[in-house]
Design a protein around this ligand. Structure first.
Ligand code: SF4
Length: 366
């Protein structure tokens, strides 16, 4: 099965044989991996490797589907340790020419601005390619911050799970950090060109074809040119996810196939490209309506295959720098560790705040 294709037929085949598609992505990674060293240890690595920097587990929102509910403990460390260890890690991996994505928690919280600034300075110093921040938009209410980060970033991914402010408030379980009005203002700045909206498809929110079209009408009316819709991932039991979290994701999940069949039949959408990795599958489409256009990614994933990758110690698809300053080749800090983090036992300046499944969310009990 092809892992990348510009033929709609290939996407249809992959959708109908999802496990085979992920297996092909897996084989493709294995057979095309580049051999290279990190700290004198040889690995087989994805040629286009990305480093995720997990700045903090702290967030001002309480989304019930947040991956922070993974079962392993996320520890924090001091800003000083985090930044020094990151610089050392970048020196150890920059020969791989990784791209970089800063995620969280919420990376733009005021508490983490000094840490974020230090990361951006390192990105510039070591010329790390394609810097991206993933944010719920909190820091973007500040025009000075917007202007400042624009100089460092190639893209900014804003989580936006609905077009309606009030519904967003229920999804975040708290106040929407970036109202539609304020998002509109950001989109008019130079940073606006770099914005991609990420919408998780959730039951009783954006959960069908007509809601997707409404969302795109709203986004394009604001001038957005890139939108990504993704399903919640299939999660294996007995791995890093707690049982309540797996149940929650089951309740909120939206079937990918039904939505895609409706997109296939909507003339406003033109198929551009299909790609599968080891556990994520993407379709890139162009949406055109009344003179405006927008590229749209539809993504789905199955972390059963991420677990499979975690079980092969020398095969690396991505790198993650964790909140405690450790560097691993997995989203799980305790698996495929390349460099240790902060192992000191004294109390930390800021304890990590794990996001809990919040029973007050209407979406969590849907
Ligand atoms: S999913 Fe929600 S709670 Fe989790 S980091 Fe993003 S905005 Fe915060």
């Amino acid at each position: 099965m092809k892992t990348t294709s510009f033929m709609h037929e290939d996407a249809l085949i992959a959708r109908a044989n999802r496990n085979d598609a992920y297996s092909s992505g897996f084989d493709h990674l294995e057979y095309n991996a580049v051999r290279g060293a990190i700290d004198d240890k040889i690995y087989r690595m994805y040629w286009n490797i990305n480093l995720y920097v997990d700045i903090s587990s702290v967030c001002n929102c309480f989304c019930s589907f947040c991956i922070n509910c993974a079962a392993y403990e996320r520890k924090d460390t001091t800003d000083e340790f985090f930044v020094e260890n990151l610089e050392s890690a970048l020196q150890g991996i920059r020969h791989l020419d990784p791209s970089i994505q800063i995620v969280g928690g919420e990376p733009t919280l005021k508490r983490y601005r000094p840490r974020l600034q230090s990361i951006l300075d390192l990105v510039k110093k070591y010329r790390i390619r394609k810097p991206i921040i993933g944010t719920n938009g909190t820091g973007l209410v500040d025009p000075e911050f917007v202007d400042h980060v624009n100089g460092y970033l190639s893209h900014i991914n804003i989580s936006r799970h609905h077009y309606d402010d009030a519904t967003l408030n229920t999804i975040w379980v708290g106040k929407n950090p970036l109202s539609n009005k304020k998002l509109g203002a950001v989109l008019k700045t130079p940073l606006g060109e770099k914005v991609r909206l990420n919408c998780v498809l959730l039951k009783d929110a954006i959960d069908n074809h007509s809601e997707i079209v409404k969302y795109l009408e709203w986004a394009t009316s604001l001038g957005v040119k890139n939108v990504s819709f993704s399903t919640l991932s299939i999660l294996p039991e007995g791995y890093i996810y707690s049982d309540p979290y797996i149940d929650q994701v089951d309740i909120l999940g939206v079937p990918f196939d039904k939505i895609m069949r409706d997109i296939d039949n909507d003339e406003r959408f033109s198929f551009l490209k299909y790609h599968t990795g080891t556990h994520c599958m993407y379709e890139l489409w162009l949406y055109e309506h009344e003179g405006v256009s927008c590229t749209v990614v539809f993504a789905t994933s199955d972390n059963t295959f991420a677990q499979r990758l975690d079980e092969i110690p020398d095969l690396i698809e991505l790198l993650v720098y964790h909140t405690d300053g450790s560097l691993t080749a997995s989203w799980n800090r305790d698996i495929k560790q390349i460099r240790p983090g902060d192992t000191r036992e004294e109390p930390l300046e800021t304890p990590a705040q794990l996001v809990q499944i919040h029973p007050a969310s209407p979406l969590s009990t849907a």
